[in-house]
Design a protein around this ligand. Structure first.
Ligand SMILES: [Ca+2]
Ligand SMILES: [Ca+2]
Ligand SMILES: [Ca+2]
Length: 497
């Protein structure tokens, strides 16, 4: 006869196999919770729901997990020792070469070859230029361009947005990406890479001096205090009083990674995920200054909430891309299925979760545990797409301007909208109990979400489709949510509801 312990292990193994929780984020888990597969968890559903309520109270606590899942993962991990579960790599230097060469792009812009960039030579905005020009001599030295945002020209053109072959993710057909329809986009400039920690840090210091933001130690949630083995309070940046995004949470400067599914040795408390999954921007109150941990300047900025990205864009006369602009650029001018150098995806093309857990997932995947990284890397370590854009697939999710609407493609078709579509219809009511707390595919929504694109280092292949649309609430953002910006003409006319 099975012991209680063995029976529990058998149950949690089954749960684990069916739902493939290993390594998933809270969003993943919340989504999976709402799928049909959870019937095996029926006995513990009420406990799970209780957790969900707690999470609602702590609206930004996207890192938490239900106890059912923790048990499942803990036990599954024990059982899987020696199995094919990929080990997360730890030696950064050995992982990949840097491909993106900012210095080379700076040299190209330096048309008179004097080693400096003037505002006429730089292809970004005047505001960006001024903040980079630390010594105020109206030109950017090599030192001042060390972490600068470079931009690529995306020409005016047409493509087919969406797909008629809906994507299956988290066990559900994603109808939102259909139907495919023709779209024309006016030309614009897009940042070569995702926003980096150094670039966001430059903004934070500038905006703090200008009185545009506040920074305060955030209260740790009850869940964090209770469950984390190394609880560290986190500085939170918000829009200052009287500014456009007054009171909105921009970024959490997390000094620890997301909570993992593993317990500390001889401890009832959960330990953080991979230790590299931190924000890497920190704040020193005595100096009233933000810093980036040395060595992480070129990592994509993360823990970046929607309004943290919007505020950055407004401050520097940039914009988040519209969903259509992002997808157009990502299609590479060649209707790419994946936003990579050649339209295919695998562990050599982008930083994503490029393997299937025990081949039991719904997700497509390349089964390349040897290429799975498990954290962010410097931007531009995978080949650029035909427009010179890096890491559109994977690395960090990228916010877009659009409100998520499952039926907006059909609306565009019905109303003959083909040029510069943008969905500006949405609302931000507080989350309701048990309904769409985190947002995500397959979840009911209690309120409006924004569209994120591209997947992340921690998400599976289905999320990296060029056409995949990920609905995310404005207050969600952990170590795999960031942004990339565009510059467009003020003459562009958007069309939508
Ligand atoms: Ca020059
Ligand atoms: Ca200068
Ligand atoms: Ca990305």
């Amino acid at each position: 006869m099975m012991t209680n312990k063995k029976m529990l292990i058998a149950i949690v193994m089954l749960v684990s196999m069916v739902t493939s929780f290993v390594g998933c984020t809270k969003e993943d888990e919340a989504n999976v919770e709402n799928n049909e597969v959870k019937t095996v968890q029926a006995a513990k559903v009420s406990e799970t729901d209780q957790k969900t309520e707690e999470e609602t109270e702590n609206e930004a606590e996207e890192e938490t997990t239900s106890e059912v899942e923790e048990e499942a993962d803990e036990e599954a991990d024990e059982e899987e020792e020696g199995s094919s579960k990929p080990k997360i790599k730890s030696n950064l230097a050995e992982i990949r070469d840097q491909i993106y060469d900012r210095g080379e792009l700076v040299n190209k812009l330096d048309t008179n070859g004097d080693g400096y960039l003037t505002i006429d030579e730089y292809n970004g905005t005047l505001k960006l230029f001024k903040d980079m020009d630390l010594d105020g001599d109206n030109r950017l030295s090599a030192e001042e361009t060390k972490y600068m945002i470079t931009f690529e020209d995306i020409p005016t053109g047409s493509f087919i947005m969406g797909t008629d072959e809906p994507i299956t993710a988290f066990g559900q057909l994603q109808v939102a990406s259909s139907p495919a329809h023709p779209v024309t986009i006016d030309g614009f400039k897009m940042a070569s890479t995702e926003l980096t920690t150094a670039q966001y840090c430059l903004y934070l210091n500038s905006a703090l001096k200008a009185g545009q933001i506040t920074v305060e130690l955030g209260d740790m949630s009850a869940i964090e205090k209770e469950r984390m083995i190394y609880p560290v309070p986190t500085y939170e940046v918000r829009g200052a009083t009287g500014t456009t995004y007054e009171g909105k949470l921009f970024i959490q400067l997390s000094r620890v990674s997301s909570i993992s599914h593993e317990y500390g040795e001889n401890s009832p408390l959960l330990i953080p995920e991979h230790p590299l999954n931190q924000c890497w921007i920190y704040y020193v109150p005595d100096m009233e200054k933000f810093y980036v941990d040395p060595g992480f300047e070129n990592w994509p900025a993360a823990y970046l909430k929607f309004y943290g990205a919007m505020a950055f864009a407004e401050y520097y006369d940039l914009s988040l891309p519209t969903e259509a602009e992002w997808e157009y650029a990502a299609s590479g001018g060649q209707q790419f299925e994946f936003p990579t150098d050649d339209g295919t995806n695998n562990g050599d093309k982008s930083n994503y979760r490029c393997y299937n857990v025990e081949n039991e997932e719904d997700f497509e995947g390349a089964d390349e545990p040897e290429n799975f990284v498990g954290f962010r890397l410097d931007v531009g370590k995978y080949p650029a797409n035909p427009y010179g854009l890096y890491d559109l697939a994977g690395s960090v999710w990228e916010w877009t301007l659009d409100w998520y609407d499952e039926s907006v493609y059909q609306y565009c078709i019905n109303n003959g909208i083909t040029r510069n579509p943008l969905n500006i219809v949405g609302h931000e009511d507080p989350p309701e109990d048990k309904v769409g707390v985190t947002g995500g595919p397959g979840q009911p929504f209690s309120h409006g979400a924004r569209v994120c694109k591209g997947g992340s280092y921690n998400y599976h292949e289905a999320m990296t489709y060029t056409t995949y649309r990920f609905p995310v609430y404005y207050y969600i953002a952990n170590d795999h949510f960031g942004a990339r910006f565009v510059i467009r003409s003020s003459n562009v006319v958007f069309n939508g509801k």
